[in-house]
Every structure is written in C-alpha cells, then in structure tokens.
Design a protein around this ligand. Structure first.
Ligand code: SAT
Ligand code: MN
Length: 662
C-alpha cells in the first residue's frame, strides 16, 4: 500500500513524486499536478524489475536513488549493475552475438564487428543540446537573422517536454545497465566519476574499453556526487517496427541533452559513438569544459604525445584537430627521422591544469581509442594496426570471408588472397571501384584498449599528468595556410585557436566537403558560451605565475595546383615536431611573417624527402590572408558578436594590417 506521496519541484519543472510504501520506495520524475501532493493513490500499479547483477544495496544512497529513479521512469525488466569483470564482459558479448548486434572476427583474438542501422552512423550535432536557464551562458547571441552554430541551447521547458515524450517506459522489456565509470585513472585527484545508465549492451562493452568501469570505481566514489548519464536506444520491447540490421535506435527522436545544473546527460535514440558513450564528448568535453571554466582548468579536444629527440630529452605536446583529421595517427606516429621516439598519452581528449609551480599538466581521461578505421594501415599507422589485433570492437567496417576486417586504405597485403569482402551494408562479394559504394563507412571505427598500444607513454596513467611544452592547433586546409607557424604570443595563439577552420569530415552528419569554422576543434563540443571560453583561455595568459606553453598551427593537408598533397604527412611530420621542439627551446630557427613565425629557410630537415617545396609550404599571400580576415570577421560578427573579447578584435585587425603590409 502506498503510504505517502511527496511532490517536489525537481529539475526544470518536472514535478517529482516520492511514493513510500511500507516495504518499498519509488521515486519518479513525471509530470503530476501539485494538487496531488499528499495523495496516496496515483500509483495504482507498482512496477517491478529484477536486479540481475550486483545489488542495489551495494550502491551509495546517491547512486541508488539515481538508479531507482530512472528505473522507475524507464521501466526496464532488469537492472544489471556492472562490476567490470571479464566474466561479465563475456556474458554481455554472448548476449550481443545472440541478438546479432555483434559478429565474431575469428581472424583476431576477441575481436567483434558491429554493423549499425545506416541511419545511426555518426554524432548528431543538430540534436545535441545544452540546457540552461539563460541562453547566453551556453551560446553567444548571434547577429540578428543568423542561426547560431556554437553550442545548441535548449530552454528548460522545451527540454522537459522532449524528455517526457521520450524516456518514460523507453526501456520496457530491456535491461538497464548501471555503468560506474572513471574518466582518468581510478582514484587520481584529476579524475572524475560518472554513472551511465543504458539499455545497450554494446554501450557497456564499448564503455568498458573507453573508460575504467566497475566495482573499484564505486569504491573510489564513496558517498560523493557524480556525473549522471542516462542513455536509451529508444526501442522498448516488444518492437513496434522491425529493427534495421538488428541495431536498435530511434533516429527520428534522437536527443543528446546536457544539463549542467544537474551535472547530467540524457541521450536518446542513438547507439553510436559520441551520442551514446557518454564519458567521451558529452562528459569529458561538454560538461568537462564547464567544470574547467568553473574550477580553473581546460577540457580540450586534443591528443597528447611525448616526443624524445636524439639528445634524449623528452617533451610533451598537446594538439587539437577536428574529428577525423588524423589525431590518432599523430598521437601514435612512427617518426621517420632516426633518433626520434614518439609515445602516446592520448588521441582525443586532454584535461589540463597548471600545477603549483605554474607548469601546465595534462591527463588523458580516456582508457581506449575510438579511432577512424578507413585510412588506417601499416603505412599510415602501424602502431594502431598492432593495437587492434585483439579485444577490439569494430563498427561499420567491412569483413573478409576469413573473419578479418577490411576498409578503404587498409594494406591490401594484410588481406589474404582469395577472400571475399562483405561491405558494412552487408553486400556480399563487394567489389571496389564505386566511390559511392564504400566497403566501410567513412566514419567506421575501432574501439580498442589504450593499454594494448605498444607505444603508450610510461606516464600515461600518471595521476599528476604530463608536463605540456607546446600546444598545436590544426585543420584540413587545402589552400593558403602554411604547413607550420608559431603564434607570436599567448594572446595571438588564442586567436589562432579561435580562427581554426577545417574541411568537414565524416565524424558528424555533415554532407559536403566545405571548409568549416571549428574554433579550437571544439565547435561541436563547447559546453558554454564560446566568448567566455576565449576569455577563460586569455585569463590564463595574464597570470604571471604560470609558464605558458608556446602555441603553433599546422596544416598537413595543403594541396598544390594539381590537387596533390604537398607534404607527405604521417611519420614525416616528426620533421615539423622537431622544429616545434627547437622553438620551445627558443632556438633561432624562425622568421617573422604576417601570419606568424615560420621556419627559416632550411630550418626544417627535408633530407631524403625528394621534391618538397618547403618555401611554398610555409608561404601565404596577402590576398589569401586578407580574404581569410574577411571570412573570420564575418564569422566572429555573425556568430560571436558582442561576446567576442576585444583582444580577439585587436588580433584580427593586427593580422589584417600585417597582411596588407606584405
Ligand atoms: O563519435 S565520436 O564523437 O566519439 C568521434 C569523434 O567525433 O571524434
Ligand atoms: Mn574526437
């Protein structure tokens, strides 16, 4: 018998009723009228779910009430509290194989292939929201008549409506998995803990690779608060419509919402990547950037690598590139120059903080790589190829008839002769040749444990983080932008970050290959107003007790008039990193140009590269730069408007002046 109902005002207008029975307690966040307060009959039916792994009593009161609250709302049949064990993973994989969401890849050890519904293949930026009371906290006010592109704000009331039309009953017939996960090494003072609730076993298996999950995370959490993540594929059972490719998702109702006030993420309708592995972009970048602003640190879309030169000195570099621009390849680079060694700390996200001595230090909050498969080969990234030989989940790649994987750009000699290829769209005996009919989806991925990477840096899990000497920004720029340049000052470097543009990639739902603005490679990942984000970066540079790393910009993707890449890239990029390291040591190897400091003639070692026009590679023209300034001015005016700090307007006019003086 229900003995008591309390109606509370919960997040954003959802009225919460807490019903107490003599034996049980349920909390639901559903819309009920305040007049119901005190009534005992609104829950005519109690709902039951079975806890099939772990027990609610092992959870702290905060975690337990979150789990119970959401289970009551989503109505799963079962609740499974993840312990992170091997045995648990094996059971989950078995379930996934039975439901045909995973296929074994017997050519390798413990590797699996997932093929999604073709409507669920990338992040859905247009359905990704930040929910705050005041729109301006989240996004700059664009110029009148302009559609703001920097973080998508959603009003709390609208969010409540969207939430209510999606989540109640969304897990019927399914299991709700409770994933305690740590971003960063368990127990490190720089790490943060989240609890993701999901009805997708694929998400559990992937989160197990990408983060640290399980019992010890709960122990480390103790009674403290945590980031809350609720994820549903949005396909309760029995199904009202058949699944496509056995992959449950609800493309028409995708919503990826971040609610900073509640430290919460609610994601619906997609099972893929950044939409569903909530520790990654949602937590580590969007909510992370907000926490960073609040607490004086930086959550950035950056790889972290350690590089040791022939002199034996090791330095660490953080580098920001938009999704699918080769961050993973750079982070795992095999240097072509003798005497150099690159070690990997992370390939996608950096959490960075100045220590008490004023040194910037970075950790990789993740534990795995969710890397783009196409283009990965023994030529381009042998280290990644070695990493993915075991314990890896591949998504939307093609498979070979001998149980291996296949994608565009994979080494043909890795593929055994006489095998046939089945494309990611299940087309048997797939044949190459039609650029519209790829074997693997352009955003197909490998999800693989970082600890398997043969060149992980010995300090990659160091809880103090690694010291950062240089920050590199970069993008795909077919024209005009030099292969490498250095910013004159920290403030100029912030401007360089804010001015980043890059050709669109397949990591999100964009269709065309246009050059898009992607400031700091964070455009899809800002958790708060980009103007305030710039101010946060600038404020660090005005603190005299901090040692600021030098800032650089690279462009590996410049093309000549015949449309051919002018720079070989990959392992040869070490030649550019060598110059960066020399500049970090203040060596006299740079000359001033309008855009920034570029290598002096012969300062970059091009020995053995053959026909490389280094002069042309670091040249830009007055005409190009002036046009770039026009584009930036338009962008800043339209998108950031009055929220753009004055320092950025000054940098822009300085650049314009330098360009016209050329
Ligand atoms: O799908 S993800 O967002 O995780 C990958 C990416 O965009 O980098
Ligand atoms: Mn990324």
């Amino acid at each position: 018998m229900v003995t008591k109902i309390i109606v509370q005002n919960s997040a954003y207008g959802l009225l919460r009723c807490i019903c107490k029975t003599s034996t049980n307690r349920c909390i639901t966040s559903r819309k009920i009228a305040p007049s119901l307060q005190g009534r005992t009959d609104i829950h005519s039916q109690k709902r039951y779910y079975t806890v099939v792994n772990g027990s609610l009593s092992e959870l702290s009161p905060l975690v337990r009430s979150y789990v119970e609250d959401k289970a009551q709302l989503c109505e799963p049949d079962k609740v499974h509290i993840c312990d992170g064990s091997e045995a648990e993973n094996k059971r989950l994989v078995d379930t996934l194989v039975k439901s045909k969401m995973l296929q074994p890849l017997p050519k390798y050890e413990n590797c699996w292939l997932a093929l999604t519904d073709p409507r669920d293949v990338a992040r859905m930026e247009s359905k990704t929201y930040i929910v705050t009371d005041d729109k301006r906290t989240t996004t700059p006010t664009p110029m009148e008549g302009v559609d703001g592109k920097l973080a998508k704000w959603l009003a709390p009331e609208e969010y409540a409506e969207k939430f209510q039309s999606r989540f109640p009953g969304c897990m019927k017939g399914r299991t709700m998995y409770v994933i305690p996960f740590s971003m960063g090494p368990v127990g490190s003072p720089l790490s943060k803990i989240g609890i993701e609730l999901t009805d997708s076993a694929y998400v559990v298996a992937s989160m197990r690779i990408m983060t640290r999950i399980g019992k010890d995370v709960l122990e480390s959490l103790g009674e403290q608060t945590f980031i809350k993540g609720l994820h549903s594929v949005g396909r309760p059972l029995p199904l009202s419509e058949e699944l496509v490719n056995h992959w449950p998702c609800n493309p028409d109702k995708v919503m990826v919402a971040h609610i900073p006030r509640d430290n919460e993420i609610c994601s619906f309708g997609s099972g893929y990547g950044g939409n569903s592995l909530l520790g990654k972009k949602c937590f580590a970048l969007r909510l992370g950037s907000i926490l960073g602003q609040r607490e004086g640190w930086l959550a950035e879309h950056m790889l972290i690598l350690g590089i040791t030169g022939p002199d034996g000195v090791k330095k660490y570099i953080a580098a920001a590139f938009p999704s699918a621009c080769g961050k993973t390849n750079l982070a795992m680079m095999t240097p072509s120059l003798p005497g150099f060694k690159v070690e990997c700390v992370g390939d996608d996200i950096a959490w960075m903080r100045f220590d008490s001595k004023g040194q910037l230090r970075a950790i990789n909050p993740e534990a795995g790589f969710f890397g783009v498969a196409p283009g990965t080969s023994m030529q381009t990234n042998p280290i990644a190829m070695k990493t993915i030989q075991s314990n890896t989940i591949f998504t939307n790649v093609a498979k070979t008839s001998d149980g291996g994987v296949y994608w565009e750009g994979i080494d043909e000699d890795q593929v055994s002769p006489n095998v046939t290829i089945t494309s990611w769209k299940n087309e048997e005996n797939w044949q190459p040749g039609d650029p519209k009919n790829l074997a693997a989806h352009a955003n197909s991925r490998f999800c693989t444990p970082a600890k398997q990477c043969p060149i992980m840096d010995p300090a990659w899990e160091d809880s103090a983080g690694v010291p950062i000497s240089a920050i590199i920004f970069g993008g795909r720029r077919p024209e005009g932008i030099p292969l490498i340049y250095e910013a004159f000052t920290w403030q100029h470097g912030v401007f360089v970050g804010a001015s980043m543009r890059s050709e669109a990639t397949a990591a999100a739902e964009h269709k065309k290959k246009v050059v898009m603005h992607d400031p700091f490679a964070m455009r899809p990942f800002f958790g708060y107003n980009f103007g305030d984000y710039i101010k946060h970066w600038l404020s660090l540079g005005t603190n005299p007790s901090l040692t600021m790393p030098k800032i650089f910009h690279v462009n590996w993707f410049r093309k000549n008039s015949e449309g051919k890449f002018m720079w070989p890239g990959f392992g040869e990029n070490v030649r550019i990193l060598q110059w960066v390291l020399e500049r970090v040591d203040n060596k006299d190897v740079a000359r001033e140009t309008a855009i920034g400091l570029v290598p002096k003639d012969d300062a970059v070692n091009t020995e053995g590269l053959g026909d490389i026009d280094m002069k042309e590679l670091v040249t830009t023209t007055s005409e190009f730069l002036t046009k770039e300034c026009d584009t930036l001015e338009k962008y800043f005016k339209e998108q950031v408007n009055t929220d753009l700090p004055d320092e950025m307007w000054k940098e822009l006019s300085d650049l314009r002046r330098r360009a016209s003086d050329m």
